[in-house]
Write a protein that binds this ligand. Structure first.
Ligand SMILES: *[C@@H]1O[C@H](CO)[C@@H](O)[C@H](O)[C@H]1NC(C)=O
Ligand SMILES: *[C@@H]1O[C@H](CO)[C@@H](O)[C@H](O)[C@H]1NC(C)=O
Ligand SMILES: *[C@@H]1O[C@H](CO)[C@@H](O)[C@H](O)[C@H]1NC(C)=O
Length: 454
């Protein structure tokens, strides 16, 4: 497994710095008093090891700053052939990370049948819906259709109702605050005893609170009870998409011939062309070696598809460049789940490091730009696959055992946000959830620098 990124490098820096410090002090002491130096050296060594251990423990403690939180220890025990199967155990979460999951998180990502519907009703209020709700409403109640649908229609629970007028906020069991539309920590909002306040965002930590006049995350700590976000360890997880395994008796022996089915090669679609992770510079470089069809604002080709309609032109491509606008932990959007995997294109991904994708996407389902030194190298590999149908087809093999679900409500995909919140009200523990924005949503801890700089 590839482990990369600044976080691990920070570890390595400390690991080497500590012994250096010991050596330097010792050298000074050697001339001064050779006989006491042995003890001092031993003492300093012990002290430096202790300092290092304390550092490691502290880093582990905040639960967010280390890849080690997500990655399993290297397997030292013998693997049975079943464990060796890359398709089983693919999700690879550590016990530490699993401990952070809410009851609903365990249901969704670990498929545990825990929690049960309560014998009562819950009222969910969306704060400032009448002022700002249009875009949320278009997604949560419409997904591109002129008609409203019932957000609890396909839900595992059906005992929630919505409240949208702020004068009724006191009667709600849960109040949803869309971070995109609040001016700062909610101040003059009446709060009923026992009521749960839930923050919600689909944006990455780089763009969260974009319209707020107060963007200091710690100012929001102690205000909310729950988080609602794409991350698996949110109190109410609302990922853009997820991978589910097909029951063993429905496994397929073969897959469709996607190579033949798809007549075009490489596409990308988007609207923000100057993102700090250089994604469109990368595309421009790639285009020197390989034709890329660029749809949307950043290229010549047009297709409706942002945000409410589906762009079926993308269905024809063998590869889709699912380049996120931010490289942040677990920030995998509809670009990869809908435009690539759902449309049976192989995603070429740019975003958080490879190990992040390995937790979320089906095994052997994607190509990561981090695996290539340069766009030229990536182009060479894509051309190779375009000339080797059987090798291309291997990136679809997972389809025999897995499916991907889209749950974001963009491009007319299903949306599950309100259902998830209702499920959480039924299943979750009301306390001890990840509700503070800091450090949960701190970009310094969650996001990575560009993987490619020209
Ligand atoms: C691993 O396999 C070796 C050789 O087959 C065996 O001797 C050893 O006991 C096994 N270890 C474990 C932990 O099962
Ligand atoms: C929700 O959070 C508020 C503010 O921290 C707190 O006073 C309240 O007790 C919490 N409610 C529950 C049910 O935990
Ligand atoms: C897959 O192959 C196995 C073994 O040859 C066979 O028993 C099974 O029926 C096949 N499954 C399907 C869906 O064709």
């Amino acid at each position: 497994m590839t482990v990369s990124g600044q976080k691990i490098m920070a570890h390595a820096g400390v690991a080497t710095a500590t012994p250096d410090l010991g050596k330097e002090s010792m050298m000074g002491l050697v001339q001064w008093s050779p006989c006491r130096c042995r003890h001092l050296f031993a003492l300093l060594s012990v002290a430096s090891i202790l300092i290092w251990l304390v550092f490691l423990v502290l880093r582990g403690d905040d639960g967010l700053s280390s890849n080690a939180l997500y990655l399993r220890e290297a397997q030292t025990e013998n693997l049975t052939s079943e464990q060796n199967d890359p398709y089983i155990n693919w999700i690879n979460l550590t016990p530490g990370y699993i401990d952070r999951l809410s009851v609903l998180g365990r249901r969704i990502f670990l498929n545990e049948k825990i929690g049960s519907e309560q014998d009562r009703h819950f009222t969910i209020h969306i704060w400032k819906y009448e002022e700002y709700g249009q875009d949320l409403g278009d997604r949560f109640f419409k997904v591109g259709s002129p008609e409203n649908f019932d957000p609890f229609e396909d839900c595992s629970v059906s005992n929630c109702r919505m409240s949208l007028k702020d004068e009724n906020v006191m009667f709600a069991d849960a109040v949803l605050f869309h971070l995109h539309h609040i001016a700062g920590p909610p101040a003059d909002v009446p709060r009923a005893p026992g009521q749960l306040w839930v923050w919600f965002t689909d944006e990455s930590p780089n763009n969260v609170l974009a319209l707020s006049s107060d963007r200091i995350l710690s100012h929001f700590n102690g205000v909310f009870n729950w988080s609602m976000n794409y991350r698996m360890d949110s109190s109410v997880p609302v990922p853009y998409g997820r991978t589910v395994s097909v029951p063993e008796n429905e496994w397929l022996n073969t897959t469709e011939d996607y190579y033949k089915m798809k007549r075009k090669n490489v596409a990308i679609m988007g609207s923000n062309c100057g993102d700090p992770n250089n994604r469109y510079k990368y595309v421009a470089e790639l285009q020197k070696y390989l034709a890329v069809d660029v749809y949307g604002e950043c290229g010549p080709l047009k297709c409706p598809g942002h945000y409410w309609t589906n762009c079926d032109k993308l269905d024809d491509y063998k590869f889709y460049l699912a380049f996120e606008s931010s490289n942040c932990d677990e920030y995998l959007t509809e670009k990869v789940w809908w435009n690539a995997l759902h449309k049976s294109a192989v995603p070429v991904v740019m975003g958080p490091p490879r190990w992040n994708y390995e937790m979320l996407l089906p095994p052997n389902s994607f190509i990561h730009v981090e695996d290539f030194r340069s766009p030229a190298d990536l182009a060479r590999y894509l051309k190779y696959l375009l000339n080797h149908p059987a090798e291309y087809q291997k990136y679809h093999d997972w389809r025999r055992r897995y499916r991907v679900l889209n749950e974001h409500g963009y491009s007319a995909a299903p949306v599950c946000h309100l259902c998830r919140l209702c499920e959480a009200l039924n299943y979750n523990n009301k306390m001890d959830q990840q509700a503070d924005l800091e450090p949960f949503y701190d970009r310094d801890q969650q996001c990575y620098p560009p993987q490619w700089v020209d």
